[in-house]
Structures are given as C-alpha cells and as structure tokens.
Design a protein around this ligand. Structure first.
Ligand SMILES: O=P(O)(O)OC[C@H]1O[C@H](OP(=O)(O)OP(=O)(O)O)[C@H](O)[C@@H]1O
Ligand SMILES: Nc1nc2[nH]cnc2c(=O)[nH]1
Ligand SMILES: [Mg+2]
Length: 183
C-alpha cells in the first residue's frame, strides 16, 4: 500500500481548507448571536465531526462546553444501513441545556433525525444542528438544520473528518474519492 500519496486518491476537491475556515467564522458569528445570554453545549458526533468540532469551538468567542457521542450507521462501506447504534453515550445531563449537535455531513439524514429525537427526549431546553455538509439529493428523511456550511452533490466525499474505510479523515479539504480506490 502507498501511504504517502493521499491526494492522488481524490478525483476533485469540492471545498478547500480556506473555504471551510471562512464558513466556520460565518457560522460562529450566527451561533454567537443566536445563543447570546444562554448556555451552550456542543455535542460532537464521533468520529466524523472531530475536525468541525475542533475548529468551530475555537471560532466561537464565548463560553461553551463540549461532549461527544459515537453512533454508527455506516460500518466501513459507503451506503447507509439505516440502523443507528450508540457506541458511546454522552457524559452530560441534558436537562435544561441548549444543545447544538455538531456534524460533518448529513447524507440520508437518518443519523441526525434519530439523534435529534434521542437528545430531545432527555429534557434539553433546545436541540439544534450544525453540519458542515449536506447532500440535498440524498435525503431520505427531512432534517431541520439551523446551521449548514455547504450543500454538495450526491457523491461520496472524504476529508476534514470524513473517511473511507477509516482513512482520509486528515485531509485538510473535502473532495470526491476517485473510483480507482474502491472499484
Ligand atoms: O445522514 P446519514 O446518511 O445518516 O450519514 C451521516 C453520518 O454518516 C457518517 O458517519 P459514520 O456513521 O460513517 O461514522 P463516522 O462519523 O465515525 O465516520 C457521518 O459522519 C455522519 O455522522
Ligand atoms: N466519508 C463519507 N462518509 C459519509 N457518510 C455519509 N455520507 C458520507 C460521505 O459522502 N462520505
Ligand atoms: Mg459520523
């Protein structure tokens, strides 16, 4: 296996590192305004949301708390199974909290529609969603998203937290995986 030439496995770049960071600043200003005077708990969805969480939290110029959940609906393939499992639960009590779920991508919407319902049932004061990417043409269930970075075409993307078989999460931008990798 070639461990060095990661970029060669991209057929194109969809969102550059610079575009990601500019968008995060924009989203952070909206979030600061919307949550003024309120507590804010960011809930990151492992593992894909790690990069978004790291950069969004540092773009926010206010107090926040962070907690993490791990859920899985994909395994190592590229198509959603629709079955959501909790692999790691939150440590925080959500009673009365303003929760903002932080995600890398909404594809079918199955993960987030399930997760939002799950967190709402724990007595949070509010539960909203911030996702860096959304694929409007792939949605199987409607998900009300308050903060969305980019709408992208219905293609399998990697980078900035998004993996293919656990690799490529460390790419700084987001791109489309070249077919030679999985065909
Ligand atoms: O809208 P959906 O079709 O439900 O897909 C979106 C979810 O799929 C990916 O996670 P995955 O379950 O692959 O795990 P990961 O975050 O560890 O990569 C992604 O990070 C989202 O959490
Ligand atoms: N890496 C990756 N994970 C996903 N999970 C749901 N959609 C996608 C996607 O396009 N790429
Ligand atoms: Mg994920």
């Amino acid at each position: 296996m070639d461990f060095t030439h990661v970029e060669a496995d991209l057929s194109k770049t969809l969102v550059t590192e610079e575009e990601l960071h500019a968008k995060l600043e924009e989203l952070a200003r909206q979030i600061e305004a919307d949550y003024e005077g309120k507590d804010l708990l960011l809930v990151g969805v492992l593992r894909g949301a790690v990069m978004v969480m790291a950069d969004l939290s540092r773009a926010l110029r206010r107090h926040i708390e962070m907690d993490w959940m791990a859920v899985s609906s994909y395994g190592s393939g590229t198509v959603s199974s629709g079955v959501v499992r909790i692999l790691k639960d939150l440590d925080s009590d959500l009673t009365g909290r303003n929760v903002l779920i932080v995600e890398d991508i909404i594809d079918s919407g199955l993960t987030l529609s399930w997760l939002r319902g799950n967190l709402e049932s724990r007595g949070a004061a509010s539960v909203e969603i911030c996702t860096m990417l959304r694929k409007p043409d792939a949605l199987k269930v409607e998900v009300d998203v308050k903060y969305c970075g980019f709408d992208i075409p219905n293609e399998f993307v990697i980078g900035y937290g998004l993996d293919y078989a656990e690799q490529y999460r460390n790419l700084r931008g987001i791109g489309v995986l070249a077919p030679h990798v999985y065909e």
